[in-house]
Design a protein around this ligand. Structure first.
Ligand SMILES: Cc1cc2nc3c(=O)[nH]c(=O)nc-3n(C[C@H](O)[C@H](O)[C@H](O)COP(=O)(O)O)c2cc1C
Length: 363
């Protein structure tokens, strides 16, 4: 790419990243008419838990890395000035609490070394944490190759490469890339060529059981379902399309605002269709959601949007938001008589209403 084109590309990406952060902090971007359906998962209250709250053990492991609780900060950002502060604060909070984190798409870091620092700050502030690198499926179709993947992993000394699948976002995004050919082949090449595992995630529209199976066949190490019911990336891109006067994209944003597989249904399906570790994400808002996810078979949970504003303000605020989630999880463990994460994984629950229909009909 010529220097001038590269410079323009970098500016475009930086602008987009700042807009994503600004929109997610200031505008309503959560699902409107659909929910995660965790409200239809009922853990059974145990009035005789026979355990001491203070002795409940939350530690677990993910892809061979120890986590002090089954929580990983969801992929959000990088490639812009404010993103550097956010990633630094998130990593500080993760380091303090012994949790993991994933950075946002690192495409910008490939074009420009200075932007690389907005991601690398996570490793500087979190020298001991599990960190995931990140790239989009559409970039694979556009020529992103194994060598590029290695550079992203090296940039952070990352413990895994996350590939996000986001066709529904690309459709609404003003600069969206709607060629999604050969993505699975690319993922397979990363699995074969990288020294770290590949994790595949969505961005809030949900990975189906069928797709999870294909990913397992391709050799990925884990799946993060990122289902519907939390942040809607169709909503985020809707505001950008509206601002740019792109009427058709704006209408698609409206139409797809609530598109996708509710997170609880996606977890149910991924757990039944594969033997892979499944990360529950998309609309995880309380420790009870985390507990329900683990009871349904997830290995860990990931939370993004609720941490954005706190992390833009300080590491302490991000830490506080995470500590609230952990306390809620511990409470749910107490009330189900689960003294550790393994026991929580066996806790009984009942599924009702429309989630039952999803579970009956999803393969
Ligand atoms: C500000 C923001 C930026 C995001 N950027 C990325 C990204 O670059 N790569 C990615 O894989 N997911 C990205 N996501 C999606 C999240 O990782 C997550 O899948 C989604 O927001 C659903 O989780 P939530 O409801 O907890 O926010 C972003 C989310 C937010 C809120």
């Amino acid at each position: 790419m010529a220097d001038e084109d590269k410079e323009n590309k970098v500016k475009e990406i930086m602008r987009r990243k700042e807009e994503h952060i600004g929109i997610c902090i200031e505008k309503p971007v959560q699902a409107r008419r659909v929910r995660t359906l965790f409200d239809k998962v009922h853990l059974i209250n145990n009035s005789l838990p026979e355990i001491d709250f203070d002795e409940i053990e939350l530690a677990t492991s993910f892809l061979g890395h120890k986590l002090s609780a089954p929580l990983i900060i969801g992929a959000m950002t990088g490639g812009a000035e404010s993103a550097k502060t956010i990633n630094g604060n998130l990593a500080k909070a993760a380091e303090k609490l012994g949790l993991g984190m994933v950075v946002g798409s690192q495409r910008a870091g490939l074009y420009d070394k200075r932007l690389g620092e907005t991601y690398a700050i996570s490793r500087m502030a979190g020298p001991n944490i599990f960190i995931g690198s990140n790239i989009g499926g559409a970039q694979i179709s556009a020529g992103f190759c194994l060598d590029d993947a290695r550079k992203l992993v090296d940039m952070l000394d990352a413990d895994a490469l996350y590939v996000h699948l986001n066709p529904a976002q690309e459709v609404v995004q003003p600069e969206g890339d709607m060629n999604y050919r050969n993505v699975l082949r690319g993922i397979k090449s990363f699995v074969e060529g990288l020294d770290v595992p590949v994790v595949v995630k969505e961005v809030g529209f949900g990975i189906s059981g069928e797709v999870a199976r294909k990913l397992e066949e391709a050799g990925v190490g884990a799946i993060e379902v990122a289902g519907t019911g939390g942040t809607s990336y169709a909503a985020v891109e809707y505001y950008r399309a509206r601002e740019m006067g792109m009427k058709r994209k704006e209408r698609m944003g409206e139409l797809l605002w609530d598109w996708g597989i509710p997170t609880a249904a996606a977890v149910y399906s991924a757990v039944r269709n594969t033997k892979l570790p499944v990360v529950s994400s998309g609309g995880i808002r309380t420790g009870i959601d985390v507990a329900k996810s683990i009871a349904m078979g997830a290995s860990a949970c990931s939370v993004a949007w609720p941490l954005l504003k706190p992390a833009a303000e300080s590491a302490e605020k991000a830490e506080n938001a995470l500590s609230d989630l952990i306390y809620g999880l511990k409470t749910a463990m107490f009330l189900t008589g689960s003294s550790n994460i393994k026991e929580l994984g066996m806790a009984r629950y009942v599924v009702t209403g429309d989630l039952k229909e999803w579970c009956d009909q999803l393969v």
